[in-house]
Design a protein around this ligand. Structure first.
Ligand SMILES: NC(=O)c1ccc[n+]([C@@H]2O[C@H](COP(=O)([O-])OP(=O)(O)OC[C@H]3O[C@@H](n4cnc5c(N)ncnc54)[C@H](OP(=O)(O)O)[C@@H]3O)[C@@H](O)[C@H]2O)c1
Length: 267
């Protein structure tokens, strides 16, 4: 199968109005795949859909959904309607606070858990289940090096991204033999409006070296068949900032899969 056959006819990009999400939607359109573009702000979504249509002739659909709320998964699923979703990209998920745990109200952290944990879990269950039935498709979970352990200023972020890491790896083990690809795309510093805004709010300098959103989207789509993990800027067998390499994580999962089958059955 070519890319569009494996991951089309439609994609959902959750967090599409700017940065890496926007870049994913544009790259998918260039491959002939229209996206359901999800974010809170209507204007940048509409502008993106118009731009994509003018450039490629591909017609995207937009939906304003606040993924900090418990209704978000239902609204995303409703926006997809009866379109066949071959690719789900959980992109939004940055920590816009960059604050110590006790310096923000718990409501901020609960919003973040809704975004990264509840919405991701429910959308993966819905769209991934349909992909499993069709024996094709893909899920990209845009993640962060913070997923590999706790970190000051990032308590809820690192905990929620660890959830995403383990969810994605587990789904890879379950879905890969069924023809569905799953990738944790683990980023380091990337030039996005959200990250720029957080740095500006704190009066911090811009990084001297960071990835562009376009590079991230390009590599993410290219690495999707080679899950479960891609560590930004690193070869598969390099450990780098991760505790073990992507190749070792894959080998570990396959060994655990054999043990799991012995305990839980082959189904
Ligand atoms: N930038 C980095 O340096 C960096 C580093 C490591 C990992 N990452 C990961 O890369 C991904 C993208 O990060 P980012 O820096 O672009 O910031 P982000 O805030 O995660 O993503 C921005 C996009 O998500 C949408 N969004 C944010 N909150 C939303 C909500 N509650 N409901 C619906 N849509 C929402 C924004 O549109 P609206 O404002 O219109 O809703 C925008 O389209 C995240 O998962 C992040 O953890 C980024």
């Amino acid at each position: 199968m070519n890319f569009a056959e494996q991951y089309g006819p439609w994609a959902v990009v959750a967090g599409a109005s700017e940065g890496t999400g926007r870049a994913f939607a544009r790259k998918l359109a260039a491959k002939g795949i229209p996206s359901i573009l999800i974010a809170r702000r209507a204007e940048p979504l509409a502008a993106l859909a118009k731009e994509i249509h003018a450039e490629t002739g591909v017609a995207c659909v937009t939906a304003c959904v606040d993924m900090y709320t418990s209704e978000a998964p239902k609204k995303i699923i409703a926006a997809a309607g009866n379109r066949e979703i071959g690719l789900y990209i959980a992109n939004a998920g940055a920590d816009v606070q960059g604050a110590r745990f006790f310096d923000r109200p718990i409501s901020d952290w609960l919003d973040h858990v809704h975004l990264n944990v509840m919405t991701t879990l429910q959308c993966c269950h819905h769209f991934g289940g349909l992909m499993r039935a069709r024996q094709k498709g893909g899920i990209i979970l845009v993640n962060s090096g913070a997923c590999y352990g706790g970190a000051s200023f990032m308590a809820t972020y690192s905990a929620s991204k660890a959830f995403v890491l383990n969810l994605g790896e587990s789904l890879w083990a379950d879905l890969h033999p069924q023809g569905v690809d799953v990738l944790n795309l683990i980023l380091t510093q990337t030039d996005t409006p959200a990250f720029r805004k957080m740095l500006a709010d704190k009066g911090m300098a811009l990084p001297t070296k960071w990835a562009t959103a376009e590079e991230v989207a390009e590599v993410g789509l290219a690495r999707l068949p080679h899950g479960p993990t891609y560590n930004w800027g690193q070869e598969d067998d390099v450990v780098g900032y991760a505790p073990i390499s992507a190749a070792a994580r894959r080998a570990r999962l396959l060994a655990v899969d054999e043990m799991s089958k012995a305990v839980f059955g082959k189904g």
